[in-house]
Design a protein around this ligand. Structure first.
Ligand code: 1HN
Length: 353
């Protein structure tokens, strides 16, 4: 006879009950009453924790990896950011993957596609590009780029400096559903260029749409959200009010629907003025932040996280989070908010100090 699950044995010392649990176990069954409190918690109890990855430290390690493995050999030269509460899972939160990717001058990361959707926030370097759907999207620092599910994508660096970016993928969501597919581009390393750079942004991202346009799928046909446009928006909006919790916070959209750029992941960018002392806030979407400008301190579940440009930090689901700055700062962030909203699960709460 197999021994009953340790977890099951803990709710009782009654030998008759334990004997029943043993027999249940043999039938691949278990008493719900012994596990229910862990299954259905009164509020989120994430295993992931608040954590920061220091950019200068990670950058050095990434450049070291650049000397030891080519982008071609690695397919993607990436350092995975693993949440300390769930090590070994390639997860920064329960539902999301994140990593820092390096591509050196002259390198190509070969074209492939997969069910998992990706987003990228360029941290540094000039001359990099990501090709998506036949268009080469130039990467500049601060740009946000999306690679929807099942679209071929390859990266290259035509410049003279290392190009580094933050990748976010919904891999854990795809794998939760056991719905993973992937394949290499059938002919060569780089996909055929079919449109000039800027085509999709002009077509779909200029407050206009081609006449007769019918949305295809649920992802944004605009793959590129240049930081220059974000800066312009912030310059204008800085004349107005600032939210107590979020400063000036915008969400990236699919311009054809007004919805999120992809069905599983949402992305945001917020400008915090100098000497901002934000009110605490929490939401059910665990959030990955990347510091774009400035420096500050966030308090997440009582833990102080000091941040500078390039740092990545994560706030678990339902963790009370507040941001403070000394100087003007800009934070990029992403989460699974659209997925939670689509499933009717998303909640938020503004708290008093
Ligand atoms: C991927 O395809 C990329 O295309 C980056 O740059 C990170 C992590 C897991 C699975 C696929 C990329 C990835 C990835």
């Amino acid at each position: 006879m197999q021994t009953p699950d340790i977890q099951l044995a803990r709710d009782t010392d009654d030998p008759k009950r334990l004997a029943l649990y043993g027999r249940l176990n043999e039938q691949h069954s278990a008493p719900l009453w012994a596990v229910m409190a862990q299954l259905v918690t009164p509020e989120p109890r994430p295993r992931s924790v608040a954590h920061k990855w220091d950019y200068p430290v990670m950058r050095k390690l990434l450049l070291e990896a650049g000397e030891l493995i080519t982008a071609k050999e690695a397919e993607r030269r990436v350092l995975v950011l693993e949440n300390p509460g769930i090590r070994g899972m390639s997860q920064i939160t329960q539902s999301l993957y994140a990593g820092l990717q390096l591509i050196l001058p002259g390198e190509v990361a070969p074209s492939h596609r997969h069910a998992a959707a990706a987003l990228r926030l360029i941290i540094e370097g000039q001359g990099g590009y990501t090709a998506v759907s036949g268009e080469r999207i130039p990467m500049s620092a601060g740009d946000f780029i999306v690679t929807p599910s099942w679209t071929f994508h390859d990266h290259g660096n035509l410049g003279e400096d290392p190009v580094i970016w933050l990748d976010g993928l919904d891999v854990p969501i795809v794998n939760l559903f056991d719905a993973s597919f992937a394949e290499a581009y059938p002919s060569g390393e780089t996909q055929q260029v079919e449109r000039s750079a800027g085509d999709a942004l002009a077509r779909y991202g200029s407050n206009m749409l081609p006449i007769g346009y019918v949305p295809e799928g649920s992802s944004s046909p605009v793959f590129h959200y240049p930081y220059s446009r974000v800066k312009e928006a912030f310059r204008q909006l800085a004349r107005g009010g600032v939210d107590d919790c979020h400063g000036i916070k915008l969400q990236y959209t699919n311009p054809t629907t007004g919805g999120y750029p992809m069905p599983t992941m949402g992305a945001f960018i917020q400008q915090l003025p100098a000497r901002f002392n934000g009110r605490p806030y929490r939401c059910t979407d665990a959030t990955v932040y990347c510091v774009r400008e400035g420096q500050g301190v966030s308090t997440i579940s009582g833990e102080r996280i000091e941040w500078n440009v390039g740092d990545v930090f994560v706030a678990p689901s339902w963790s009370v989070t507040s941001h403070r700055t000394t100087e003007h700062a800009v934070l990029f962030s992403f989460s699974d908010r659209p997925a939670q909203k689509a499933l009717g699960l998303w909640r938020e709460q503004r708290l008093d100090d």
